[in-house]
Design a protein around this ligand. Structure first.
Ligand code: ZN
Length: 406
């Protein structure tokens, strides 16, 4: 690339401008409907410091990516062939920001400064990572805070929003800079841009911020996770925080309506529903066991190869039922759960050698599964003591096939 001059960053001191005109100084080759453009100046903030790049239109083409390297900013634009073809060095082109997207980034970025500044001044924690993408905003710091600590930091961050403090960016002279206290993640050789929120934060940063903290609207900490020996907070500010809170409120209202509980009593309400549910499951299990015992006792003990069909039964009860049958009867015994139109899932067992039945003739449940596979296209398999599977056939057909067992 022939361009050595660094791109003039218009977003640096004009973060509220929506459009600009610049001159193309380099246009890359056409690549699948896209072209890379370098201008003498730009309002588009590139992907930098964990923040995703600005969006918008440039020369009537959609800006799909903006990258910076050695101070040179490259835009990738997508457009029609006719449109892309005429973009050549020397052309004056107009750029227009997707302002909603940019402003949301400014709100979220400035919100992060406030939280990081407070974490630093209150606890001495350093911000060690930041990510601002359309889907998530995360802040990593090298410490831990419990829930109360996080609520307190969040409360104080929002106090800084209500105070509507000025946010300003300066490039201090070297000697002033050396005397200043500011947060910085890395050693910076070129002129350092320090973004200050009086009484809250001073931090080396190159991104666009809101003019006053009141524009952030609200700062929320959504989640806190242990991460690489420190903490990762998921945070959200401004419009995006409001949109999320609106969604959350709808969910709360729905759950509150479904459980007939007030919102503030939901956790308790759901806990008691879960306990009730566990009790009922236990009771159902007990009743199923009683029913199978009754049914088992009605079958003459000398009967061999006993197979039964049930319309509905939990897999656990079905297994218990099969065990009960095998305990009392010789040969293969099984339980089929389902109906003729949708088919059956089956468990078939066969009593194996044990102290009580040492002299019995041992059967192999796999023989029953093989018969069902061969004659009715059943699926499934297992071990000599137990097989399971499914079969799509009528109960009468199944019974007939199983009569073939020795
Ligand atoms: Zn910043």
């Amino acid at each position: 690339m022939e361009t050595a001059a660094k791109t003039i960053k218009l977003y640096d001191d004009r973060p509220y401008d929506l459009s600009f005109t610049g001159e193309i100084i380099y246009a890359g080759p056409m690549e699948e409907g896209t072209r890379r453009l370098i201008l003498d100046r730009t309002l588009f903030f590139p992907e930098e410091g964990g923040q995703s790049p600005d969006r918008g239109m440039l020369a009537d083409c959609r800006v799909t990516d903006v990258q910076i390297r050695d101070g040179i900013i490259t835009h990738t634009v997508r457009g029609s062939r006719e449109r892309l073809e005429v973009l050549e060095p020397g052309c004056q082109v107009r750029g227009e920001l997707d302002w909603d997207f940019r402003f949301s980034n400014m709100q979220n970025h400035t919100g992060e400064h406030i939280l990081s500044g407070l974490l630093h001044s209150t606890y001495g924690f350093d911000n060690i990572g930041f990510r601002l993408s359309p889907n998530t905003v995360t802040l990593d710091f090298n410490g831990h805070l419990d829930r109360d600590g996080l609520l307190e930091i969040e409360r104080r961050a929002n106090e800084a929003v209500y105070a509507n403090l000025e946010v300003y960016a300066r490039y201090p002279e070297r000697d002033r800079l050396e005397a200043m206290e500011y947060r910085s993640k890395k050693q910076i050789d070129e002129a350092v841009r320090v973004v200050t929120i009086p009484g809250v934060d001073a931090c080396a940063c190159c991104a666009p911020h809101v003019r006053r903290t009141g524009e952030i609207g609200v700062i929320r900490i959504l989640k806190s996770l242990r991460y690489k020996g420190g903490t990762r907070l998921t945070i959200l500010s401004g419009r995006r925080a409001l949109a999320l809170m609106q969604q959350q409120l709808i969910v709360l209202e729905d759950v509150s309506h479904l459980t007939s509980r007030k919102q503030e009593e939901l956790a308790e309400g759901v806990r008691s529903l879960l306990e009730e549910n566990a009790d009922q499951r236990f009771r159902i299990g007990e009743l199923e066991r009683q029913i199978t015992d009754l049914r088992l006792s009605a079958i003459p003990a000398e009967q061999k190869n006993v197979f039964l069909a049930e319309a509905d039964m939990s897999p656990l009860a079905q297994r218990g039922y099969v065990n009960g049958l095998c305990e009392r009867h010789e040969g293969c015994c099984g339980v089929f759960v389902g109906n003729d139109s949708e088919g059956y899932r089956f468990i078939i067992g066969a009593r194996q050698s044990d102290a009580k039945h040492q002299n019995a003739l041992h059967s192999d449940a796999r023989q029953a599964a093989a018969l069902l596979r061969e004659k009715l296209g059943a699926r499934g398999g297992g071990k000599p003591a137990m097989v399971q599977g499914s079969v799509k056939a009528a109960w009468q057909e199944i019974q007939k096939v199983l009569e073939g067992l020795s």
